[in-house]
Design a protein around this ligand. Structure first.
Ligand code: FAD
Length: 337
């Protein structure tokens, strides 16, 4: 390992289980670390989670700095931020990544503000590159890429004069690699130096409502846009999804109109999906929607406007009215099945 500063990932534990987004970020940290010829380290805090953390080796994490304390069983902003800040000061990473989850969105700004370093939220891409500002040239810095100004531009944000560079990334944006069963990680136990008075909240009960739709793990998604935003259109989209053994998704205006549940929304402010097949029905293909589905292996777009931007990313495009096209697709599929 070189002397270059490591790439650090905050590991989110929910009920003692590592969140998928943390595994995705460890894989992404590995990609960045290889470019920098450095290593991947992680910081975790919780209670009795040492064994769970061992799996991080399979995803390419070299070391985990773990603070174990029964008071850390549930997320609490002040203690968690304090531990993260101490770990960053002690181990001096060059880059720190957080999941853009409720926990990460609470934690990352506190940590960035305590350390007075840059933070870019909701990155959709991370790269290592050079950047020149006036007469200064910065080498091998983190390029934090995300849509900005309502998605009208894709901005590359850098914070070269403060270390570390920090970024949050939403679940599903980075790819999770298959774990290598031979991969090992070293767990370094860290003392918990948080005083009792920093635990400002007491968790009395946790009530979880499971999402009725699991878009993230669906292999086939049929999504409705405003072009399918009528009761008949939605019925057709759901019928096609059911016929193909898939799940129905939606664009944001369809959700905002109350036509489908919030958990069905695909896109920048919804879920990021990577199914084998994504069928966009009456979706124009604005950047905010594309941000959530461009990683699909195959994209079929049905739109009556030949100029719709969705056709620029679709593998197969059908120019037509969804009310004509979807029934034909269902009929053709049933005839073959
Ligand atoms: C900060 C921000 C975040 C956002 N986040 C998201 C997000 O997470 N997800 C998201 O989806 N959007 C998001 N949006 C909104 C996004 O900009 C677009 O407005 C939205 O994606 C458009 O949805 P749509 O394609 O369903 O509707 P429209 O843009 O209205 O497109 C409807 C399409 O349907 C076609 N059509 C109409 N009738 C038919 C028919 N009968 N048959 C076939 N085609 C037909 C039309 O040709 C058109 O292309 C966000 C916007 C902002 C500013």
């Amino acid at each position: 390992m070189s002397m270059t500063r490591n790439v650090m990932v905050f590991i989110e534990l929910n009920d003692g289980k590592i969140a998928d987004v943390s595994l995705e970020l460890v894989c992404e940290a590995g990609r960045l670390a290889r470019k920098l010829n450095t290593g991947v380290v992680a910081v975790a805090m919780g209670y009795d989670a040492r064994n769970e953390l061992m799996c991080l080796g399979g995803f390419g994490c070299d070391k985990v700095y773990y603070t174990d304390d029964s008071r850390l069983s549930f997320f609490s902003s002040v203690p968690y931020a304090g531990i993260m800040v101490s770990a960053i000061r002690k181990y001096q990473p060059g880059i720190v990544l957080f999941g853009a989850t409720t926990m990460g969105r609470d934690l990352a700004p506190r940590v960035a503000s305590a350390l007075r370093c840059g933070l870019t939220a909701d990155c959709t891409q991370l790269e290592i590159g050079d950047h020149g500002i006036r007469d200064k040239e910065y080498k091998n810095i983190l390029l934090q890429i995300r849509p900005a100004f309502g998605g009208n531009i894709i901005a590359t944000i850098v914070s070269p004069e403060s270390t570390p560079s920090m970024a949050t990334v939403r679940e599903g944006v980075m790819k999770m690699a298959e774990p290598d069963p031979s991969g090992k990680t070293e767990i370094v136990m860290e003392p918990c130096c948080v005083p009792d008075e920093d635990f400002l909240t007491e968790v009395i009960q946790v009530v979880r409502e499971e999402s009725s739709v699991n878009l993230k793990s669906a292999r086939i998604i049929v999504s409705a846009g405003m072009g399918a935003g009528s009761p008949e259109g939605l019925l057709l989209v759901k019928q096609l999804a059911r016929t193909l053994g898939g799940v129905a998704g939606a664009s944001r205006p369809v959700v905002d109109a109350g036509l489908m549940d919030r958990c069905c929304q695909v896109g920048q402010t919804g879920v990021t999906v990577r199914p084998n097949l994504y069928i966009a029905c009456g979706i124009s293909g604005q950047i905010q929607h594309r941000a959530g589905m461009e990683g699909a292996k195959r994209i079929i777009a049905i739109n009556k406007d030949l100029e719709a931007p969705i056709f620029n990313i679709a593998h197969y495009g059908i120019v037509g009215d969804i009310h004509d096209v979807i029934p034909k697709m269902i009929k053709a599929y049933k005839a073959k099945a």
